[in-house]
Design a protein around this ligand. Structure first.
Ligand code: HEM
Length: 288
């Protein structure tokens, strides 16, 4: 229990302390869940690339909650199934395609800052979560402007809340027992499934490329002409939502935190913004 409490109170401090006290490879345990921390790039490379075939995906990814949420999408699938989904999904991430999502990102960022006022204190984590949520929903379903899509983001955010505290006893129990949270989670999952399946059916019926991620996934075909089933599409949509939302929000929130702590870096950042953008909006071409 001590390990879990320490981790929950200060995850970063805990992870740093383990390395200080025990070195580059540390074994620990969260209740009955074993965890191995690797600190050196060599070991990380070995697990992720050179010896990747010796490893399976994390247990949390195969938990009931996670399976219900993202099914057998890219994040959770393995072996041949993963390979096929990966092949089919690749076009969605072509450079030009990703470039086209950049405008959505800039638009939503601009919209967000119109509500900001000089000198006020803001919860940047919340702002960034909201921002990346709107962006990922728009990049997935750009063309669907129905009322439902506006609510998909909020419903999904509600659903993934339990994952924010996945190392806690409560989460482990929720994953095993039909607690009220568990029942609520499954109700929300059904609600989202209904919306996502409806959008998929509409897209299949009209066959148009709407320029978003869903269109790309729908258009993808293997050499034998087969594409993704409705269930696979649904799983990949949910995977992209989850993979693309919290990761990016946390990266941005930490970026603001670190810039706030490092005035020299902040000065350089602003100088670069002035120099490159000179008050105009950023575009994908500015990235380098
Ligand atoms: C700073 C932001 C991000 C971080 C730190 C991050 C981190 C990761 C990590 C560590 C994995 C490997 C997971 C595993 O196999 O156990 C992963 C996989 C994945 N991520 Fe991200 N990610 C980020 C942004 C995104 C975005 C924006 C998207 C898409 C919209 C995305 C989509 C995916 C997908 C589809 C996979 C599974 C890939 C596969 O196995 O074929 N990620 N990400």
């Amino acid at each position: 229990m001590g390990v879990m409490r320490e981790f929950n109170d200060d995850p970063l401090g805990f992870i740093e302390r383990l390395q200080r006290d025990y070195g580059d490879i540390v074994w620990s345990r969260f209740l009955y869940v074993p965890a191995l921390f690797l600190y050196h790039p060599n070991e990380i490379e070995s697990v992720l690339t050179t010896n990747a075939k010796n490893f399976r995906k994390a247990m949390t990814l195969r938990s009931n909650f996670f399976q219900r949420l993202v099914g057998n999408g890219l994040l959770t699938s393995e072996g041949e199934e993963w390979k096929r989904q990966r092949r089919l999904s690749n076009p969605a991430f072509h450079r030009e395609r990703v470039a086209s999502y950049a405008n959505t990102m800039v638009d939503y960022a601009n919209r967000l800052i119109t509500n900001w006022h000089e000198g006020e204190t803001r919860d940047m984590h919340r702002d960034m979560m909201r921002l990346t949520l709107e962006i990922v929903v728009r990049c997935l379903f750009s063309a669907d402007v129905s009322h439902d899509v506006d609510h998909i983001g909020d419903t999904l955010a509600e659903m993934v809340k339990p994952f924010a505290s996945q190392a806690t006893l409560k989460w482990i129990l929720n994953n095993r027992l039909p607690t009220p949270e568990h029942i609520r989670f499954h109700r929300l999952a059904r609600k989202i499934d209904n919306v996502v399946y409806r959008i998929i059916a509409e897209r299949r019926a009209n066959g148009k490329d709407e320029g978003d991620l869903l269109s790309m996934l729908l258009a993808a075909h293997d050499e034998d002409g087969s594409g993704m089933s409705d269930q696979q599409l649904r799983d990949e949509v949910m995977t992209l939502f989850l993979a693309g939302h919290e990761t990016t929000a946390l990266t941005l929130a930490w970026t603001w935190y670190l810039l706030g702590k490092n005035p020299e870096a902040e000065k350089k950042f602003h100088a670069e913004l002035d120099n490159v953008l000179n008050d105009r909006d950023a575009t994908f071409a500015d990235l380098p």
